[in-house]
Structures are given as structure tokens and as C-alpha cells.
Ligand binder design. Structure first.
Ligand code: AMP
Ligand code: TRP
Length: 326
């Protein structure tokens, strides 16, 4: 059976973008593949985090995974920092990764530009991500388009390691969903909807209440025309709403354009808000049941034990091949 793996950072309540780009995909594939889903808390600290918030966000994210339909019977669910082999593997990989490769990563360039006091962790972030993936011989990594470059780097690092030390890693592939790959901020639709946006107006979070969600969607930036047509270049706002709508309804762009051919932007937005709220309110109901339940801890203990065994084996294999022997 093919393996699939992804992780999300606990850096705030996840957005509609995370849900569409990453979690919905995991739910879609869990019947088909051996699935691994974790909380990338070690990646979160590449930028400063409040420690209380970090642990709260971690638990919230795990509860949201389950509330979104991730089935603990079909997925290994775990916390990255509870498995020390990820960082051990990462170090061995770092010593097989070039500084130039890391400094050329788009995300690194963006984030380091925003804060001159960035840490080394921000630079080596993609290597830890490669370790997360390569430890388990994963076939597919469902991510949003912004993470594609990191998955490709993981593949390059794996290939290099295999050549140098002998066949060790499977080469992973990014799995980018065709619908709504990149959900944009509702207010500034040329920017991706992000957990860390300064303004909240254009960002829908999975724990926002109904009224807030509706208000944000109704207030989404559009354009001065009146046609509902998919054209990301000239109509980024409307195209983004179409992307959201199709990922919640499973309709095609053409079907949506036909459905709203004679409708106003207001009518379209109302419909988008309806479908989003319907699905998110179900998620919130389940989230409230799960968050205070110790079932979650049992799932995490199992996930930790299972994944530690696999990652340990990979780490020892790497060490041996690299010459760490008595
Ligand atoms: P992050 O918020 O950076 O931890 O992202 C977690 C996952 O969600 C990654 O796979 C991202 O590519 C995906 N993701 C984040 N924001 C968006 C977005 N606006 N649209 C689609 N996917 C996203
Ligand atoms: N860097 C990813 C993000 O911010 C999260 C992540 C960490 C990840 N390790 C991973 C995603 C391994 C996929 C596979 O979205």
C-alpha cells in the first residue's frame, strides 16, 4: 500500500486554506493509502512562539484533525517533537544538504526578509521537513503549492543520499490538489490566506463563529464588474471565492459559472457563506466533543510508539551507512 504523510504547524487556529489545501486531502485519501498525519511543532519554533499558546494550539490542531474527519483508525496521528528521531535524522541530512540550496528556498527568503533576526532554524527548516518525510518512505505528500518546493528538496536530498551511501530512501512526491490549491486572503486576494496574517478580516479560521464567517465572506474584495467568471489574473477575488465554493461542493468551475450566470456578487457570496458555514459548523460540533476527551491522548501515545519504531530503524540504517560504527 502506498504511503501518504503530511504535517501542519500549530501556529494558530488553522484557516480555510489549511483545511482545503492539506486536511481535506488527507481525509480524501485515508481509505486508499497508509496515512501519517502529525503536528509540526518543531517547525513552529522556527519563529518565536509563546509557550502556553504552543501547547494549546497543538492540542487544538489535533482535535481539529479528528473533527475534520481524519480517522484515527486509518491514520498514524502524532506530535513531531515526541519523536526525537526526526531531529536526529535531520542532522544527518543537514550534513548532506548545501547552504546554497536552503538559502534559495522561496519561503526562507520571504520570512527572513520580514525579520532580520531570523534563526538558523528558519534556514534549516526544509531539512527537518525532509526528515519528517524520508523517515517513513513516504510516496505522496499532500501540501499546498507553497510547500511544493520543500517536498522537491526532500526528494533531491534523498536522491543524493541514496547515490552517496546506497539505497536508503524512497523518493517522495508532492500531491497538490487540483481544486483550490491556494486559497487567497479574502481582503487582499493577491496574498495567500495565512494563519499568521496581521489582519484577520480576510482569514477564515476553523473555529470562527458563524456570524464572523458570513461577515468575512460577504466583505470579500471583488472587482467592479458583475460577472461571476474564473479569471485569477483579472478577477482574483471572485476566482478565490469560486475556488472555495468548488472545494466545498465538488462542482467544476464551469458548473459554478453556469449556476451563477444571472446572479449578483451578493447572491454568490451568500451561497459561498452557506456551504462554508454548513461544513464548518459540523466540524466545530465534533471539535467540542473531542477537545476534552482523553481518547486523544491514547491516539497520540499509539502514534508516537508506532512512528518512533520506524524512524529509529531508518536513523540507525543511515548512521551505519555513514560510518557511525564501533
Ligand atoms: P502552514 O499553515 O504553513 O502550517 O500550512 C499547512 C498546510 O496547509 C500546508 O500543506 C500548506 O501548503 C497548506 N496551506 C496553508 N495555507 C494555504 C492556503 N492559503 N491555501 C491552500 N493551502 C494552504
Ligand atoms: N512545513 C510545513 C508547513 O508549514 C509543515 C510540515 C512539516 C510538513 N513537516 C512536513 C508538511 C512534512 C508535509 C510533510 O506547512
Amino acid at each position: 500500500m502506498k504511503k501518504i504523510l503530511t504535517g501542519l504547524q500549530p501556529t494558530g487556529v488553522i484557516t480555510l486554506g489549511n483545511y482545503i489545501g492539506a486536511i481535506k486531502q488527507m481525509v480524501k485519501y485515508q481509505d486508499q493509502y497508509d496515512s501519517y498525519l502529525f503536528v509540526a511543532d518543531l517547525h513552529a519554533i522556527t519563529i518565536p512562539q509563546d509557550k502556553e499558546q504552543l501547547s494549546k494550539n497543538t492540542r487544538d490542531l489535533l482535535a481539529l484533525y479528528l473533527a475534520c474527519g481524519v480517522d484515527p483508525k486509518k491514520n498514524k496521528i502524532y506530535i513531531q517533537s515526541e519523536n526525537e528521531y526526526h531531529t536526529n535524522i535531520s542532522w544527518l541530512l543537514e550534513c548532506n544538504t548545501y547552504y546554497g540550496e536552503l538559502s534559495r528556498m522561496t519561503q526562507f527568503k520571504d520570512k527572513s526578509r520580514k525579520n532580520a533576526n531570523f534563526t538558523t532554524g528558519l534556514l534549516t527548516y526544509p531539512v527537518l521537513m525532509a526528515a519528517d518525510i524520508l523517515a517513513y518512505d513516504v510516496d505522496y505528500v499532500p501540501v499546498g503549492i507553497d510547500q511544493k518546493q520543500h517536498v522537491e528538496l526532500a526528494r533531491d536530498i534523498a536522491e543524493r543520499f541514496n547515490k552517496k551511501y546506497g539505497e536508503t530512501f524512497k523518493l517522495p512526491e508532492a500531491l497538490i490538489s487540483s481544486e483550490g490549491t491556494k486559497i487567497m486572503d479574502l481582503v487582499t486576494p493577491d496574498k495567500k490566506m495565512s494563519k499568521s496574517s496581521e489582519s484577520q478580516k480576510g482569514v477564515i479560521r476553523l473555529l470562527d463563529d458563524e456570524k464572523t464567517i458570513r461577515k468575512k465572506i460577504m466583505g470579500a474584495t471583488t472587482d467592479s464588474e458583475t460577472v461571476i467568471k474564473y479569471d485569477p489574473e483579472n478577477k482574483p477575488g471572485i476566482s478565490n471565492l469560486i475556488n472555495i465554493y468548488i472545494s466545498f461542493t465538488g462542482k467544476t468551475i464551469k458548473e459554478v459559472e453556469e449556476e451563477f450566470a444571472q446572479k449578483t456578487y451578493g447572491e454568490f457570496k451568500t451561497k459561498v457563506a452557506d456551504v462554508v458555514i454548513e461544513e464548518i459548523s459540523q466540524i466545530q460540533k465534533r471539535y467540542n466533543e473531542i477537545i476534552n476527551n482523553n481518547e486523544l491522548d491514547k491516539i497520540l501515545d499509539e502514534g508516537r510508539e508506532f512512528t518512533r519504531k520506524i524512524a529509529k530503524k531508518k536513523y540507525e540504517d543511515m548512521k551505519y551507512k555513514m560510518g557511525f560504527r564501533r
